[in-house]
Write a new protein. Structure first.
Length: 248
């Protein structure tokens, strides 16, 4: 799990800027639509694929109140489209979501309790989601290691060494599972972290330093290559909006 929270009247659904993150939504109240066609129903849970432009909108006359969890996927093709789960169809799911709703009183509280709630939620959903999430042990170990590592120290060779596999074997396994190399995955991961830092108020120099770049110019070149826009454009586009905001 990366982040979570309860959010009323989300203003940035159509501007979600992260590339290696799946998101779970649970609709408490309000009227929302996926791709302007599919209505998102109350007491239903939705799992969104890896797509930063998944196009969710709400009725401004009936704003949405919802719970969300962001989590790092093991694969760029975790599933092809939105997954819908009726909360009443899984024993224990609605009471769990009620407990989460009551507990997520602020962002700090949500992040404190979120990991434990997320593990319980995943356990309840296992077997109800019609997708194959299996990947090789090498890839799963690599993604887990990357998510827990100092981003400034990440290298493909370092990851292979720490999960105790030959580097060439690691690259082959990872490419087969993910559809791209671990070099690309690390670059996408760094760009996601940079995006989050900038949205949350870091300046370009601070973001560059946090990711281990030797200069702002080298960081800006990296970011442009990954996201096809300068990092300054992210601040302008999202206007400093935090993605895990407290409930009303």
């Amino acid at each position: 799990m990366q982040q979570c929270g309860r959010l009323y009247n989300p203003l940035v659904w159509d501007k979600y800027p992260f590339y290696l993150t799946n998101r779970i939504h649970f609709i408490i109240n309000g009227t929302a639509f996926y791709r302007q066609e599919k209505k998102l129903l109350k007491n239903h849970l939705y799992i969104f694929p890896l797509n930063p432009a998944f196009k969710v909108s709400q009725d401004p006359q009936d704003p949405v109140d919802h719970i969300y969890f962001d989590f790092l996927s093991y694969t760029n093709s975790f599933f092809a489209d939105i997954v819908e789960v009726d909360g009443s169809s899984i024993p224990g799911l609605l009471p769990l979501m009620q407990s989460i709703q009551d507990s997520f009183s602020c962002r700090a509280r949500a992040m404190e309790l979120g990991p434990a709630y997320f593990q319980t939620l995943v356990a309840l959903l296992r077997g109800y989601i019609p997708v194959n999430t299996y990947k090789s042990q090498v890839t799963q170990a690599a993604v887990e290691f990357i998510s827990k590592s100092d981003i400034r120290e990440l290298t493909v060779g370092g990851v292979a060494k720490n999960i105790n596999v030959n580097e060439d074997h690691f690259i082959r396994c990872f490419r087969k599972d993910m559809g791209f190399t671990p070099h690309k995955y690390i670059a996408m991961y760094k760009a996601d972290i940079a995006t989050k830092l900038i949205i949350q108020g870091a300046n370009i120099s601070e973001a560059a330093d946090s990711l281990g770049f030797s200069s702002v110019s080298s960081f800006s070149t990296f970011y442009k290559n990954e996201r096809h826009m300068p990092p300054s454009a992210i601040r302008e586009r999202y206007n400093g909006i935090w993605f895990n905001m407290s409930a009303p």
